[in-house]
Design a protein around this ligand. Structure first.
Ligand code: SAM
Length: 277
C-alpha cells in the first residue's frame, strides 16, 4: 500500500518510522511518503492560510497549495500494469466533522492500494478542495473522536496504524486481529474481553480456571461472555445496536442476567428499573 501525507509539520509524522508501521515500511509492505505543503507555495513567507470569508476567528487553509500538491502527488501514481490507467488514490481528510473512524472503516481503507492524507491545521481546508477532488476520487472525511485536536497529523498516525496492521503480512500472526474489539466477524460489535499471560499467579491473583482447561469450546464461550460483560458495561450503545440474529441462547440469557431485555423491535435495551452496579 502507498500512503502519502501532505502536512505543514512533516516532523510530526516521524512516529511512522517506528514499531509496526516502521517495520512494514522497512519490509516494503507500506510505502509512506510525507510531503511539506509549503513546497507548493510561491510567496516569500510560504503562506498556507488566510482569513475566513464571512469573518470570524481563526484562519483557513488556502486552496491553491493543496490543489498543486494533490495534483502533483496524484500525477506521480504509476499504472498498476503497463497500458492500464494510472492508479487512483483515496483522499482521506481528517476532520472532527467527518464520519467516525471505526474498525469497519479501517478494514475498508486497508483494501485500497493508495491513500493520500490531507491533515489540516487552523480551521480546516477551504471547502472547494474537498469538492474538487470529490469529483474524481473517493474522499473520506474522517473523525477520530468527538473532540478537537489542533491539527490532523495525530489523526493520520491513528488511521495509518489501524489500517497498516490489517495489511497482509504486517502482523506476525495473521489471526491476531480476528478477535480484536470491533473486528468484523463472530464477535462483531463487541469489545474484546480481558487477556492474561504467565505467570499463573501474580501478587496473589490467579487467572480464570477455564483458560487453563485446554477446552477450546469452553474458552471460546468464556471469552464471548466476558466480551458481552465488558461491552454492556463500557459501551451499552453497542449492545443496543447489535443484531439480535447474531446472538445465541446463551448470549440472550447472559444479557438478561446483566439487566437487558429484548424490545418489541427485536433490539436489546436496558430493563427498566435495573440499576447498574
Ligand atoms: N474548526 C474545526 C471544527 O470545529 O470542525 C476544527 C479545526 S481543528 C482546530 C484543525 C484540524 O485538526 C482539523 O481540520 C483536522 O484536520 C484536525 N482535527 C481536529 N480534531 C480532529 C478529530 N477529532 N478527528 C480528525 N481530525 C481532527
Amino acid at each position: 500500500m502507498r500512503v502519502d501525507v501532505v502536512t505543514i509539520f512533516p516532523e510530526y509524522l516521524e512516529p511512522l518510522n517506528v514499531s509496526l508501521v516502521g517495520k512494514a515500511r522497512a519490509r516494503g509492505q507500506l510505502d509512506v511518503r510525507v510531503h511539506d505543503l509549503r513546497r507548493w507555495t510561491h510567496d516569500r513567507h510560504h503562506t498556507v492560510d488566510d482569513t475566513p470569508y464571512g469573518g470570524g476567528p481563526g484562519m483557513v487553509m488556502k486552496p491553491e497549495p493543496w490543489g498543486e500538491a494533490l495534483d502533483d502527488i496524484i500525477a506521480s501514481g504509476a499504472p498498476a500494469a503497463p497500458g492500464e490507467p494510472p492508479a487512483r488514490p483515496v483522499l482521506v481528510v481528517p476532520t472532527p466533522s467527518g464520519v467516525p473512524f471505526t474498525q469497519t472503516l479501517a478494514v475498508e481503507l486497508s483494501a485500497r492500494p493508495w491513500l493520500i492524507f490531507a491533515p489540516a491545521r487552523y480551521e480546516g481546508i477551504d471547502r472547494r478542495v474537498i469538492e474538487e477532488y470529490g469529483e474524481h476520487l473517493d474522499v473520506y472525511e474522517v473523525s477520530i473522536g468527538d473532540y478537537v485536536l489542533a491539527g490532523g497529523e495525530a489523526a493520520v498516525l491513528v488511521i495509518t496504524e489501524a489500517v497498516a496492521r490489517l495489511l497482509p503480512g504486517v502482523l506476525g500472526n495473521a489471526e491476531s486481529h480476528r478477535d480484536d474489539s470491533f473486528a468484523p466477524g463472530a464477535m462483531a460489535d463487541l469489545l474484546e474481553g480481558p487477556v492474561y499471560t504467565k505467570p499463573p499467579e501474580w501478587r496473589g491473583r490467579g487467572i480464570p480456571e477455564v483458560l487453563l482447561s485446554g477446552h477450546h469450546g469452553k474458552i471460546a464461550r468464556w471469552r464471548r461472555d466476558e466480551a458481552f460483560r465488558r461491552t454492556a458495561r463500557n459501551r451499552p450503545d453497542l449492545i443496543e445496536r447489535c443484531d439480535p440474529a447474531a446472538l445465541d441462547k446463551h448470549d440472550r440469557a447472559l444479557l438478561a442476567e446483566l439487566g437487558w431485555e429484548q424490545r418489541p423491535d427485536g433490539r436489546f435495551g436496558r430493563t427498566a428499573g435495573v440499576v447498574e452496579e
